[in-house]
Write a protein that binds this ligand. Structure first.
Ligand code: NAI
Ligand code: MG
Length: 353
């Protein structure tokens, strides 16, 4: 039995999470495994109900379940609240409280959407890699930090255990993916903290003799992802570099509406689309549910150790795209579009009864 906390959140969050929950329920019925899905408020929706973006109840529920499924939070209605009440603060708090130290962002190009990429079809066709970004250390958290009239400063620190745990996760993922290649990205030619990162990754690598490990400087990596994305399989990198590289990696695949993510810790895990609450299209049943449904595929892989469910979801998404199902964000000009619920229904139909 798996216990999932669903936190739809704001804007299109509830619409796309509803689609992902339908997929979960369908697979559980079809394959006879039990899931319990418990819904909790978060973000603006929670603020309106309880005066807090993240209540103790929601946080406690997240700590007790096997996986969290999150839609998106925020919107114009809550933009002018003081910083500590903002949705971003609640997101950071939930990630920190759950100890989610690794952010996983796949960059997978779907054949049917090859023209949606800003790059040439020949360059992106077949691209399928994943970025492991360290999420709770590095320059975003280092002390001292601050600014005064004359200067601004931050500190980039990585401790041994922080590099070790994300490197291990990346090597294990490379083993499971079969292509057995990890590229570690740093700036070791300039930064001592990066040289330390590199040394530690190589030390951990000694436990993974079957994996090929490469090193690349971050500036070159930014170029290589755009020049020849197919050369990558698993990328592992620190918080700052990963923030930037995972956005580059995501966009070569096309639409924001297609991109899933997982944030993983030693005990907990949270799955969410990378897009926001899209207030401009909320409530219209036109949002693309694929990013959230693909996040459920990651949940099966990383939290439930059911890679076959994950593969089935990906096949169903590809089949729906292949038969021409397009939400507005991925449709070519003039192409017929389907709604959020129609896209979800098509994917479920391809999952089979
Ligand atoms: P956004 O990702 O919500 O939207 C950017 C553009 O992409 C919009 O035109 C939107 O309609 C479109 N889009 C996004 N997801 C889509 C989908 N599934 N299907 C079709 N089109 C989609 O980013 P934006 O506009 O910068 O932020 C809107 C709100 O979301 C803000 O309040 C922001 O703070 C919040 N946000 C929340 C995040 C989260 O919960 N993790 C992440 C990013 C933003
Ligand atoms: Mg970012």
């Amino acid at each position: 039995m798996y216990k999932i906390v669903s936190i739809p959140g704001d804007g299109i969050g509830p619409e796309v999470v509803a689609g992902a929950v339908d997929v979960l329920r369908h697979l559980s019925k079809k394959h006879g495994f039990e899931i319990v899905i418990e819904e909790h408020p978060f973000g603006g929706a929670s603020y309106d109900l309880h005066g807090s973006m993240l209540t103790d109840e929601t946080l406690a529920a997240c700590k007790e379940c096997d996986a969290v499924l999150l839609g998106a939070v925020g919107g114009p209605k809550w933009e002018n609240l003081p910083h500590e009440h903002k949705p971003e603060a609640a997101l950071l708090k939930i990630r920190r409280e759950l100890g989610l130290f690794a952010n996983l962002r796949p960059a997978k190009v779907y054949d049917a959407l090859i023209d949606a990429s800003s790059l040439k079809a020949d360059v992106v066709r077949g691209t399928d890699f994943i970025v492991f970004r360290e999420l709770t250390g590095g320059i975003y958290f280092g002390e001292p930090r601050g600014y005064d009239e004359g200067k601004g400063w931050n500190t980039m620190v990585y401790e041994k255990h922080e590099v070790e745990r994300i490197a291990r996760l990346a090597f294990e993922a490379a083993q499971k993916r079969g292509s057995k290649k990890v590229m570690s990205i740093d700036k070791a030619n300039v930064l001592e903290v990066s040289q330390f990162w590199r040394n530690e990754v190589h030390r951990v690598h000694r436990d993974f003799g079957d994996i090929e490990l490469g090193d690349m400087y971050v500036d070159n990596a930014a170029m290589q992802i755009v020049r020849n994305p197919k050369q990558f399989d698993v990328i592992v990198t620190g918080n700052l570099f990963g923030d930037i590289l995972s956005d580059i990696a995501g966009m070569i695949t096309g639409s924001l509406g297609m991109l899933p993510s997982a944030s993983i810790g030693r005990i907990h895990a949270m799955y969410e689309p990378i897009h926001g609450s899209a207030p401009d299209i909320a409530g219209k049943n036109i949002a693309n549910p694929i990013a959230t449904i693909a996040s459920v595929a990651m949940m099966f892989e990383h939290s439930f150790c059911m890679p076959e469910m994950s593969a089935q979801i990906h096949e169903a998404i590809e089949a729906a795209l292949a038969e021409g199902m397009r939400t507005a964000d991925i449709a070519a000009p003039g192409e017929k579009t389907v709604s959020t619920t129609e896209m979800t229904a098509a994917i479920i139909r391809h999952l089979g009864a």
